[in-house]
Ligand binder design. Structure first.
Ligand code: 3HC
Length: 283
């Protein structure tokens, strides 16, 4: 089935980035939020990024307008009825995601693919909350979505080959390199990345080195664009904590246990860039 119209559930950091990327790739996009306030914040963040690209001379003014014209915000999931694919990017909560999938399953045409951007939850558990588990798949994007070239597609023992082929072609149409993983805790990238970030936090917590030296070690020693503590602030410490808890819960492997410092920072609301304070200060 040809994809013309994309639905995106959630217009936060990831959902907004996915919606923007789809609109930039020529798709009509309907993006939803749970209330008008979050929706206007999400849409304003997209418009700000587009305006910045125009300012930098990377995007023509007319192109900015046509991208914005392809984006429609809603607080009513009923508006997904005419979408050809829906990508869910709500908060990382399994019960919530199951509820969203059961809801959109009843709204969307039976033939279309329902994808989740979860970074760590079981796609199979989400799939079986619908009457179309063969058409449910993981599409794990990376932050910032319009910039990052990767899409990690996650298959399950119940997803079909047609679903995989559809989503691979969709990802490539967004200009992404697609990699495929099975439904296992944190898939490929976060499975490798998380232990590294946790180890960086443990080193910092133990006073082995300063945050700057830990980050410089990785940026200059391994040529990463950001050190692990800066990256943790960038991703959000609540998200990181959630990923590590989910991995630990599924595997009981102590290497995924959240360091005490991470727990305390999340409790204190030091979530990284989005709250102005994490391992570094952004005030
Ligand atoms: N949204 C959209 N575009 C953004 C952006 C954002 N939040 N932040 C930066 N950009 C764009 C800029 O506009 C710029 O675009 P241009 O080249 O067209 O002008 C480009 O990215 C480069 O930005 P800057 O020059 O301002 O800054 P940098 O060169 O430092 O790049 C970065 C910023 C791309 C974020 C780079 O630091 C980077 O690659 N960092 C690592 C990102 C990373 O590892 N992401 C994965 C996180 S893990 C994840 O997402 C999985 C999840 O499950 C946790």
């Amino acid at each position: 089935m040809e994809i013309k119209k994309v639905g995106v559930v959630g217009c936060g950091l990831m959902g907004g980035g996915i919606a923007q990327t789809c609109a930039q790739s020529g798709y009509q996009v309907t993006v939803s939020e749970i209330n008008d306030d979050l929706l206007s914040k999400g849409l304003a963040a997209i418009r700000k990024r587009l305006a910045k690209s125009v300012e930098k001379g990377k995007l023509a003014k007319e192109e900015e307008e046509s991208i914005a014209g392809r984006l429609k915000g809603t607080t009513n999931t009923g508006d997904f009825a005419d979408c050809d694919i829906v990508v869910e990017a709500a908060v990382e909560n399994l019960e919530l995601k199951k509820k969203i999938f059961a809801d959109i399953d009843g709204i969307c045409r039976p033939g279309i693919v329902l994808a989740t951007n979860t970074s760590c939850l079981s796609i199979t558990e989400i799939a079986v909350a619908t009457k179309r588990p063969d058409k449910v798949i993981g599409t794990h994007f990376f932050n910032p979505v319009p910039v990052m070239k990767l899409l990690e597609v996650v298959t399950t023992i119940v997803s079909s080959q047609v679903t995989l082929d559809t989503v691979k072609a969709f990802g490539e149409s967004l200009g992404k390199n697609v990699i495929v993983a099975k439904d296992t805790p944190a898939f490929i990238v976060n499975r490798i990345l998380t232990p590294m970030m946790l180890e960086a936090i443990r080193l910092y917590e133990a006073g082995v080195a300063t945050r700057e030296d830990i980050d410089t070690g990785i940026t200059l020693g391994l040529n990463h664009p950001m050190g692990p503590l800066t990256l943790a602030d960038f991703v959000g410490l609540d998200t990181m904590y959630f990923i590590t808890e989910a991995m630990y819960e599924e595997t009981k492997d102590p290497k995924f246990a959240a360091p005490l410092l991470l727990r305390r920072m999340v409790k204190a609301g030091h979530l990284g860039r989005k709250t102005g304070k994490g391992f570094y200060d952004y005030q």
